[in-house]
Design a protein around this ligand. Structure first.
Ligand SMILES: [Fe+2]
Ligand SMILES: [Fe+2]
Length: 188
């Protein structure tokens, strides 16, 4: 007879995703969801401050972060786990300058890379090569995201903020993504 207890056991035998891996993937969902909310808030600040290219860049990035979150959602559920909608609170709405925004993005992306690396390390040491392989997409993505954020921060030193500097920086931020993609493709 199949009781509730042995049914639970049968179900758990039908998944290779461990509880621990499910838990840390859910933590990464929180991080990607926070990135999406953080960039949306930054986009709004840029839009109302007149930095329309930066705003557009950040609205698009907010959408991308949501896509990063959803990819993990589907992975967890497909693997027999339960993806959890994250609680997202404490998102900052005000920023001191356009430069501060891009410095915060770079800092944030570095912390995301660190988090992804920790999960990859966990998957490798627990021989969860399925999740390890799934995460390779994030490893590559983080490299691109960090490069992009670093290029944006560099613009402030290269161009300078005086006079029409900030206006020019905003224009260049609009072209950044295309330039970064070309730079990465040339190194491949
Ligand atoms: Fe992300
Ligand atoms: Fe990101």
């Amino acid at each position: 007879m199949i009781t509730n207890d042995n049914m639970k056991q049968l179900i758990s035998l039908k998944r290779s995703l461990t509880d621990k891996t499910e838990e840390i993937l859910n933590s990464q969902i929180v991080m990607e969801g926070k990135s999406s909310a953080y960039y949306l808030s930054m986009a709004s600040w840029c839009e109302r401050s007149g930095y329309s290219n930066s705003a557009q860049f950040l609205y698009k990035h907010s959408e991308e972060e949501r896509m990063h979150m959803l990819k993990i959602f589907h992975y967890i559920n497909d693997a027999g786990g339960h993806a959890l909608q994250p609680e997202i609170t404490g998102i900052r709405h005000d920023f001191g300058s356009l430069r501060e925004i891009f410095e915060l993005i770079l800092e944030h992306e570095i912390s995301v890379t660190r988090s992804i690396n920790n999960i990859v390390d966990h998957c490798f040491s627990t021989k969860d090569f399925t999740t390890f392989s799934f995460l390779q997409w994030y490893v590559t993505e983080q490299r691109e995201e960090e490069t992009l954020a670093r290029r944006a921060v560099e613009l402030f030193d290269i161009i300078g903020e005086a006079g029409i500097g900030l206006w020019t920086i905003d224009q260049e931020i609009g072209k950044l993504e295309q330039n970064a993609a070309l730079a990465i493709a040339s190194q491949a």
